[in-house]
Design a protein. Structure first.
Length: 60
């Protein structure tokens, strides 16, 4: 399966209170809070993955 990077954007980490379910995005590599969204083209479909600041450096 070959992934081709289409776009990469940074977004702020939203602050939530403890009463609401935590729906913030997590890094696909380590599980920490994500701050970047990457969109890939995979076999005719789009795939969205989220990365933290540390792991976004390896995305190409």
């Amino acid at each position: 399966m070959q992934k081709t990077l289409l776009s990469l954007k940074e977004f702020p980490i939203p602050v939530t209170n403890r009463r609401h379910k935590d729906k913030r995005k997590r890094c696909v590599k380590c599980g920490s809070l994500a701050s970047h969204e990457a969109v890939f083209k995979v076999e005719g479909a789009s795939l969205v993955e989220w990365y933290c600041t540390l792991h976004v450096q390896g995305v190409k």
